[in-house]
Ligand binder design. Structure first.
Ligand SMILES: [Zn+2]
Ligand SMILES: [Zn+2]
Length: 104
């Protein structure tokens, strides 16, 4: 199962120019470079597992959008070919919501 990097559109202006501005051991704060809105993505488990998940190549940069697996807390959360999210570490299928939205 091939995957691609996580993409998050700004919940305020829809811009894809969203950056992860913190580190996984602190918080999941993201910022939109177009309008300055900040938010945190939060995943939940949809049920079901995927085996043989291949991480994207190249791997995301540290400033690329990042989400934490609700199951195992790994940040290896990627997008599958069908558009669904999956954790490459534990294989859990995930969905993502955006929380803590603070318009810039
Ligand atoms: Zn924005
Ligand atoms: Zn996981």
């Amino acid at each position: 199962m091939k995957t691609r990097k996580l993409e998050i559109a700004c919940p305020e202006c829809g811009s894809p120019e969203v950056f992860y501005s913190c580190t996984p051991n602190c918080c999941m704060n993201h910022v939109c470079s177009a309008c300055g809105t900040t938010f945190e993505p939060e995943t939940s488990v949809t049920g079901g597992f995927v085996t043989g998940v291949i991480p994207p190549d190249p791997l995301p940069d540290s400033t690329d959008p990042t989400a934490e697996c609700a199951k195992c807390n790994s940040t290896a959360v990627y997008v599958m070919e069908d558009g669904g999210l999956v954790c490459a570490k534990c294989g859990a299928k995930l969905t993502m919501d955006l929380t803590e939205i603070a318009p810039g």
